[in-house]
Design a protein around this ligand. Structure first.
Ligand code: GAR
Length: 206
């Protein structure tokens, strides 16, 4: 059974999807620590509801991004995390963090990478950009995290239709329901079963 850590900033619906899949026995793992950079993140209430340990580690309590990232490394090493999930975590970490956990950090991005990704593309902005471009299909991507934003090896992707009258909010909801909440727990389950092998920039499913 793997030990899973999570970093959150907001609502935590992806965290909820992982919790549900653990409770349904679909993921052979347990959530050992949820860390938020914001004290008012609703994701913390979700963790509390299921008796999952959580803590707030704020950016402003550290002199710079590197010191903040080092504090997170220390925390997750202490918790002996095998996998760390970025679950709507809106802080860009220093590369020391990704170097400390190679192919052990996953992120969910609400678009089909390499579209609408990189710095500045997060949350609703991603869907606004997709609508502005007029794409007919968007989706979500789960990937391993490396030193660059939205860049690491892709694990799973799922396409979602864009409709003519979509607003960013409507599209965000559809991408979550039809893609994110399905592929994120699935990727975690595959990792927990030891069925993900990284070869260069590719993830092979064993
Ligand atoms: C999700 O749509 C997630 O894909 C996105 O933020 C939302 C968080 O929702 N993440 C990013 O944009 C990261 N670049 P949640 O807190 O309800 O899971």
């Amino acid at each position: 059974m793997i030990r899973i850590g999570a970093l959150v900033s907001g609502g935590g619906t992806n965290l909820q999807a992982v919790i549900d899949n653990i409770n349904e026995g679909k993921i052979n793992g347990s959530l050992v620590s949820v860390v938020s950079n914001k004290e008012n993140a609703y994701a913390l209430e979700r963790a509390a509801k299921y008796g999952i340990e959580s803590t707030v580690i704020r950016v402003k309590d550290y002199p710079d991004r590197k010191a903040y990232s080092e504090a997170l490394i220390k925390h997750f090493k202490e918790k002996q995390a095998d996998l760390i999930l970025l679950a709507g975590f809106m802080v860009i970490l220093d590369p020391v963090f990704t170097d400390a956990f190679p192919n052990m950090i996953m992120n969910i991005h609400p678009a089909l990478i390499p579209s609408f990704c990189g710095e500045g593309f997060y949350g609703l902005h991603v869907h606004e950009a997709a609508l502005k471009k007029g794409v007919k299909v968007t989706g979500a991507t789960v990937h391993f995290v490396d030193g660059k934003a939205d860049n690491g090896p892709i694990i799973l992707q799922k396409a979602v239709e864009v409709k003519d009258d979509d607003t960013a909010e409507v599209l965000q909801k559809r991408v979550m329901e039809e893609a994110e909440w399905i592929i994120y727990p699935k990727a975690v389950a595959l990792f927990a079963e030891g069925r993900l092998k990284v070869e260069g920039n590719k993830v092979i499913r064993l």
